[in-house]
Design a protein around this ligand. Structure first.
Ligand SMILES: [Zn+2]
Ligand SMILES: [Zn+2]
Length: 573
């Protein structure tokens, strides 16, 4: 059983129960169980069989039964029953920001609204504004929420899409006659949100044979044929395009399936000037198909060096490749330290020692621990005595191991007026400080920009965390003059974070080059709240690569001394 699929199932059940008007404790139990499974670090099937899962905090009798059902059948009887009782349109409405289950129940029971389309109509024609408990402001807010949902609906977060692509890749790779198979499209370009999954296949069998064999091997998939490949629908509803070619053309197929469209158009223009034609079936010169077993051969046939997939967005990557001036993009292996981690001291699920062991085992030289500050009471922000205890614990751990170091950091809230949480002498006790906005996000652009700029003027601040506060597919960035923030960051020597949480990926990759060119140092943070979250850093690195960044642009490619020197220079300047 895939634990992410199980967590998603429990979450979905929680939403249905909530909309059905079930007891809030029962609803919360399913929500808690979803989180418990999502962050469970062992093998779920094993733990289910051995009974260990029943002992896990957050897993109760009812949720355990659903998990057993799911493990045995791949389905959930409970969810199927709920789906018969609750209109699916209500579940969709739950995704509209600011619209809770209680309000949706009122809409359904009093106004007979059961789809998003009906809701939109009622919000436009004044019916909603006239309903007690709603009003004109709420109607407007709901319309904005629907607009956001329409814009983002059908998209998935990068880590969900990557998982779907990997499952399909494994299924296709197991088919006889398939020699190569790689994820392509926006998953391979490391886009932050993904609509469809793409795969490139090199096979010695025909598309029809591939389709038939895949259907036979994995009956759960819907498999259809289209020009040049297959159209597949995965169990979770994700659509997938499978591009298929003979192994000798795999390089072309992979590049063609990776795109994006503008990048391919630029390659077409570039090739045409050299007598090479690019089409869906391959590269041709004088009518003859050129061999393209891999992408290096493909780009070489166009007179270009290989271009990293993250850069293939149709910017100036083809021109830069032609000029031989592509950057050497930062890699995960360039990072010496892992920054932005939460432990059990605030809202993380692992101890400092567990985090340090895992970070060290992953090959890093230091861990930058940053629990929440006291204003973030909802997240267990640290009171002064907790800070003292944590620092003593870090000192003891640091004494016990050489060659690895835990840095004393904090994720301090940037308060509504731009002050950093804590007094100056408490801030002095940290070796570095991440400052983040976690509250009062509805401020207008002038107030929010003033607030963030003021925080950057505080010499304690080392890194501005998740600078725009966006939640991908969930919440718009807050109103902020990002250009002004980047300029101030360069001036003050404050690093800007790329937060690797797949829901955030903030700073956006589209602004990384601008930041670097303005002279800003970028910090790649994991924002891990568990051992599993340490892997977020790979998404952060992908954003940096999409943003054309090199190792020298990134703060935590420096060693611990270099990192601390950066923080100290801030305090003394
Ligand atoms: Zn934060
Ligand atoms: Zn954080």
């Amino acid at each position: 059983m895939d634990k992410h699929a199980a967590a998603h199932l429990l979450d979905t059940i929680a939403t249905y129960l909530e909309l059905k008007g079930e007891n809030p404790f029962k609803v919360r139990a399913f929500g808690n169980a979803a989180r418990a499974i999502g962050t469970f670090s062992g093998d779920v099937d094993e733990a289910l069989a051995s009974g260990a899962l029943a002992e896990v905090d957050g897993i109760g009798k009812a949720t355990l039964e659903v998990l057993r059902d799911f493990a045995r059948t791949g389905r959930s009887t409970l969810l199927e029953e709920l789906r018969r009782e609750v209109p699916p349109g209500l579940v969709e409405m739950r995704r509209i920001s600011g619209l809770g289950a209680a309000k949706i129940k009122v809409l359904h029971e009093q106004l007979r609204i059961s789809t998003v389309a009906e809701l939109e109509l009622a919000a436009r024609n004044g019916r909603l504004a006239a309903t007690p408990g709603f009003g004109g402001k709420t109607a407007e807010k709901i319309l904005r929420g629907i607009e956001f949902l329409n814009r983002t609906g059908g998209f998935r977060l990068a880590h969900h899409a990557a998982r779907a692509a990997e499952q399909l890749r494994l299924a296709v790779a197991a088919v006889g006659g398939v020699e190569r198979v790689e994820p392509a499209g926006s998953v391979r370009r490391r886009s932050e949100v993904v609509r469809d999954v793409d795969l490139a296949v090199g096979a010695t069998i025909t598309v029809a044979e591939l389709g038939a064999r895949l259907r036979g091997a994995v009956p759960r998939l819907e498999v259809g044929e289209q020009a040049g490949g297959l159209l597949v629908r995965l169990e979770d509803g994700t659509g997938a395009d499978v591009y298929c070619a003979a192994p000798g053309q795999f390089g072309h197929t992979l590049a063609w399936a990776t795109g994006n469209k503008t990048h391919l158009e630029q390659l077409t223009v570039h090739g045409a000037a050299r007598g090479v034609t690019l089409g869906p079936d391959g590269l041709r010169s004088g009518g003859a198909l050129l061999p393209c077993p891999d992408e290096t051969a493909f780009y070489a046939a166009l007179g270009l060096p290989w271009i990293p997939p993250e850069l293939r967005e149709g910017g100036d990557e083809v021109a830069r490749a032609a000029a031989g001036t592509l950057p050497r993009l930062v890699e995960r292996g360039d990072l010496q330290g892992l920054l932005h981690c939460h432990s059990v001291y605030s809202d993380g699920t692992n101890t400092v020692a567990e985090l340090a062991d895992a970070v060290r085992a992953a090959g890093y030289r230091y861990l930058g621990l940053t629990d929440h500050s006291v204003a973030a009471a909802y997240a267990g922000g640290l009171k002064p005595d907790a800070i003292r205890r944590q620092h003593e614990e870090i000192d003891a751990l640091n004494r016990a191991c050489d060659g690895f170091r835990i840095l004393k950091g904090i994720e301090a809230d940037i308060l509504a007026d731009g002050a950093l949480d804590y007094t100056s002498d408490i801030l002095d006790s940290f070796e570095f400080v991440i400052g983040s906005v976690h509250s009062r996000m509805e401020q207008d652009e002038a107030a929010m920009t003033r607030r963030v700029l003021r925080a950057m003027d505080d010499p304690h601040l080392t890194i501005l965390g998740h600078p725009t506060g966006r939640l991908l597919l969930g919440r718009e960035p807050y109103a902020l003059d990002v250009a002004a923030v980047l300029a101030r960051a360069a001036e003050r020597g404050v690093a800007i974070e790329i937060n690797g949480d797949p829901q955030r990926l903030d700073l956006d990759w589209r602004r990384c080059r601008e930041a670097r060119d303005a002279g800003v140092t970028i910090s790649i943070g994991s924002d891990a709240h568990s051992l599993a979250g340490l892997g977020n850093v790979d998404f952060g690195v992908a954003v940096a690569r999409k943003g054309w960044l090199e190792a020298t642009d990134v703060l935590n490619t420096r060693d611990a001394e270099g990192m601390l020197a950066y923080a100290r220079q801030r305090k003394t300047s």
